[in-house]
Design a protein around this ligand. Structure first.
Ligand SMILES: *[C@@H]1O[C@H](CO)[C@@H](O)[C@H](O)[C@H]1NC(C)=O
Ligand SMILES: *[C@@H]1O[C@H](CO)[C@@H](O)[C@H](O)[C@H]1NC(C)=O
Ligand SMILES: *[C@@H]1O[C@H](CO)[C@@H](O)[C@H](O)[C@H]1NC(C)=O
Length: 446
């Protein structure tokens, strides 16, 4: 593809998948996970990726150097780091921490000279502590749009009853039966295909006996089937179809990132969202990159990254977007988006995706048919309480009048603020990860 080689990078929005992880299963009849852990290999993959991104974007001699980006110490005002703290426990959050260690390595420049003349370098050789916003499933739908989404779960069940699925299941049953001896009692069905592949993949990486005995083609075959299953699950024929929910909830943050990057008075130029693999499937479908490259219609490897570069063409004019993708340890490749060739005007990209975006929890509750979970129950209750109170007599109501309305509104506001619903889009900052184990409703666990 051809893009203006002399354009300047104004900023970049990065979507990074977590690194290598292990899942310990509770029992062998299902794939219910008990523990999910980022491994030392996963740490290493993310640190390495961070170092590579540093070379690419923070080094003044790199052609992709971000204009105005600090090349030295971490600068809080230029960077936004966000990590999914959902069903994978600390795996994604800890991956983000590792990534920052590659992006802003320890340096003796992280020091301070005291009043008495002594210079103190930060601990661990000048380790830089980078704030990362955690996105919790309980109060923020943005990075786990598929979770507890009833209409999405219905669509997945409906997919399983289609002739296309049935045919694939029939075609593959013989192969799946051959896998059984390697699954330690876990089931092998097309419905469970992600877990089947994941179990094999994790063991193939970490278990010497397993990788020695597994017939050579089995893992690739299982991966193909898992790719087929996941792509059909997390995509939709329509941009705003429910299958794309994992991407549609991410879209608002991408648009916010791009808008802030092109705003000359906003210093933000480097934004990272650390994720599970699911949103990539939807976003590859929604941006048309999978349609143009069938290899992208599948599960991205650990520590993969999509780099959405906002560039200023050398000829002037409006900013453009360039879509780069690096599949795990592979090199960066540039892909054409929205059926175009070359860079696409940023406004075209935004205008195409914005109508499918799910911008708020309220919208999500409607789209997902959920009135209980993830803040939907509190929102429903608050909106019911904000309406005139039924049990107060007309006289009482007249007496209380506007004062009551205000009190109810304040109460509703207080409930929302208390529950963290109002923190939507501004998740709390924290530096240590809280491990909230939560089973994924569809079994797949990224
Ligand atoms: C200066 O203050 C620091 C911190 O209190 C202390 O560790 C150091 O020994 C002091 N240096 C001198 C020369 O007094
Ligand atoms: C998105 O995926 C669906 C299958 O779920 C497919 O029908 C559609 O053509 C894909 N759209 C694009 C633009 O690739
Ligand atoms: C990523 O690479 C793996 C091989 O390592 C391949 O099987 C997979 O299809 C690729 N996925 C994407 C989305 O490019």
């Amino acid at each position: 593809m051809s893009g203006d080689p002399n354009s300047t990078v104004l900023g970049v929005v990065l979507l990074v998948r977590h690194g290598d992880r292990q899942i310990i299963y509770q029992d062998s009849d299902t794939y219910t996970a008990s523990t999910k852990l980022l491994t030392p290999l996963g740490n290493a993959q993310e640190v390495q990726l961070g170092g590579l991104l540093r070379q690419l974007y923070f080094n003044e001699s790199s052609p992709s150097h971000i204009q105005n980006m600090n090349t030295g110490l971490f600068n809080d005002s230029q960077v936004l780091m966000v990590a999914d703290a959902g069903d994978l426990g600390g795996v994604v959050y800890d991956s983000a921490i590792s990534l920052t260690q590659g992006l802003w390595p320890n340096t003796t420049a992280w020091n301070t000279t005291l009043a008495n003349g002594t210079t103190v370098v930060g601990p661990l050789g000048g380790y830089q502590y980078i704030p990362i916003q955690s996105v919790e499933t309980s109060n923020d739908i943005s990075l786990q749009g598929f979770f507890d989404c009833n209409t999405f779960n219905d669509a997945v069940s409906a997919f399983y009853t289609t002739p296309e699925f049935q045919q694939k299941a029939n075609e593959t049953q013989a192969f799946l039966n051959e896998l059984l001896p390697y699954l330690d009692g876990h089931p092998a069905t097309l419905e469970d295909m992600f877990d089947v592949f994941d179990y094999m993949n994790v063991n193939n990486i970490h278990n010497a006996n397993f990788s020695k005995t597994l017939p050579p083609t089995f893992l690739a075959q299982a991966r193909d089937l898992a790719n087929w299953h996941e792509y059909n699950t997390y995509t939709s024929a329509q941009l705003d179809g429910i299958g794309n929910i994992a991407g549609r909830t991410v879209v608002p943050s991408l648009i916010t990132g791009f808008t802030r990057i092109v705003n000359a008075s906003d210093p933000l130029s480097f934004m990272v969202e650390e994720l599970s693999y699911k949103p990539y499937l939807s976003l590859f479908n929604m941006t048309g990159v999978a349609a143009a490259n069938s290899s992208l219609a599948g599960i991205v490897n650990y520590a993969s990254v999509v780099a959405l570069e906002v560039r200023q063409p050398s000829s002037g004019g409006e900013p453009v977007l360039r879509f780069n993708f690096k599949n795990g340890s592979d090199i960066f490749r540039t892909y054409s988006v929205l059926g175009s060739t070359g860079d696409v005007p940023l406004s075209t990209f935004i205008n195409t995706l914005a109508p499918s975006a799910v911008n708020t929890t309220t919208e999500w509750c409607g789209v997902c048919g959920n009135s209980q979970d993830r803040g939907c129950g509190e929102l429903a209750q608050a909106s019911a309480e904000a309406k005139p109170h039924q049990r107060i007599s007309p006289v009482g109501a007249g007496f209380l009048g506007a004062g009551l309305t205000l009190a109810v509104a304040l109460m509703a506001f207080g409930v929302l603020a208390f529950l963290g619903v109002l923190s939507l889009g501004r998740p709390q900052r924290r530096r240590a990860s809280k491990r909230t184990e939560k089973g994924s409703s569809d079994g797949g666990s990224a």
